[in-house]
Ligand binder design. Structure first.
Ligand code: NAD
Length: 354
């Protein structure tokens, strides 16, 4: 059934404006093919918002995001705003909007494409068939606990509530149910009390609510090793905030280029934030050479998770895959002299939409 969706668009800084501008025509083309209408509402976040409004997340941006069906974001930050002593910084806008929308689960799919295997530092034969979804808890744990500092010591409190664990484990288990039905929960239960609580809650939720999904527990140190030595063994991985922060960066190495990896941040409601995992790449900003595929694939996640348009999401993923098969590569992946521009790469996706 055709739908109407209001999508808040936050290009942000650096290549953010270029990759988002390249992605909107892809979403429009998908909408046209399926009879949907998408209204895009552009707002400021990050450095550009500091310049125009004095704050990295203007109230008007948050308000618009709250009313929207979904948010598509480029990237924030850059040398202009990178003074570590500055009181307002672009990244504060990201944290504030995630908190403001109550987003607690960060999803990062990693499915190395056959045509890009050579770009990964991992041996190609280990990467064939890898299809992992890491679900990272986003609002709790040591990053948000009380902190103390004296002349001679410092502390960071790691705290998790049962409710915080339940909601992210449920999200991950639902996703596992739609995929291959296997959940790996990562913790450090041999040492940390928060991890022992995490494990108990996970076991109860899985037993009572998801008997059809198999669950295994893995300590974070051995997970770091297995993620590289046998990545094919994993389907959905769920973990707490800091472990997830580290493991998602490690998992990104499986795909080779940062320019291919999408992410979604979800809460209990339907509105989520969809963005590439890379930053604003000031070194290549303004040149029209950034890889738009990660942002286009984030658009696919937006269709799937916020708008419930699975077939449309899959059509974008298939079109990106076909463009990669045809070696339509931007400079980060291309052989010398073979690179296409950001807009050419996006057009190649549109041309390959079923
Ligand atoms: P980065 O991800 O911006 O860039 C790292 C390297 O990867 C650069 O060489 C860049 O050119 C390349 N790269 C990244 N995305 C690419 C793409 N789509 N196509 C081709 N090449 C690409 O990380 P950084 O250089 O550490 O950070 C630059 C700025 O971005 C900083 O201000 C940082 O704080 C910010 N940042 C923002 C986010 C975000 O908005 N979520 C995430 C990470 C970093």
């Amino acid at each position: 059934m055709p739908i109407h969706a209001d999508i808040v668009v936050l290009p942000g800084d650096g290549i953010g404006t270029e990759i988002v501008a390249a992605t909107l025509p892809v979403l429009e083309a998908v909408a046209r093919r399926h009879g949907h209408t998408f209204a895009f509402h552009q707002h400021d976040i990050g450095g550009v918002a500091i310049d125009r409004h004095g704050v990295p997340l203007p109230e008007s941006t948050l308000e618009a995001a709250r009313k929207a069906d979904a948010v598509l974001l480029g990237a924030v930050g850059g040398p202009k705003w990178s003074d570590p002593n500055a009181k307002v910084r672009p990244e504060q806008g990201l944290l504030a909007i995630r908190k403001g929308l109550g987003l607690f689960a960060n999803l990062r799919p990693t499915k190395p494409h056959p045509a890009a295997l050579g770009a990964s530092p991992i041996k190609s034969h280990l990467l064939e068939g890898v299809d992992i979804l890491v679900v990272r808890e986003l609002t709790g744990g040591i990053y948000f606990g009380d902190k103390t500092r004296s002349e001679t010591d410092a502390t960071d409190l790691c705290r998790y509530t049962v409710a915080e664990i339940e909601r992210v484990v449920r999200s991950a288990a639902r996703l596992a149910r739609q995929r291959r039905g296997h959940l790996t929960s990562v913790d450090k239960a041999n040492v940390l009390e928060t991890s022992r609580l995490w494990r108990d809650v996970t076991n109860r939720i899985m037993r009572e609510e998801f008997p059809e999904v198999t669950v295994e527990h893995q300590l974070v140190d051995s997970m770091a090793m297995h993620l590289l030595s046998k990545p094919r063994a994993y389907d959905v991985i769920v973990t707490e905030n800091m472990f997830g922060d580290i493991l998602t960066d490690e998992a990104s190495m499986l795909a080779g280029s940062l320019g291919l990896l999408a992410s979604a941040s979800l809460g209990d409601g339907k509105v989520g934030i969809y963005e590439p995992i890379h930053g604003s790449a000031p070194d290549i900003a303004g040149k029209g050479i950034a890889n738009p595929y990660a942002t286009i694939l984030s658009g696919a996640l937006l269709l799937r998770h916020s708008l419930g348009l699975e077939a449309e999401a899959a059509s974008i993923e298939a079109a990106v895959s076909a463009a990669l098969d045809a070696k339509v590569f931007t400079a980060d992946l291309a052989a010398p002299g073979q690179a296409v521009s950001t807009t050419q790469a996006a057009q190649a996706v549109i041309d390959r939409l079923p």
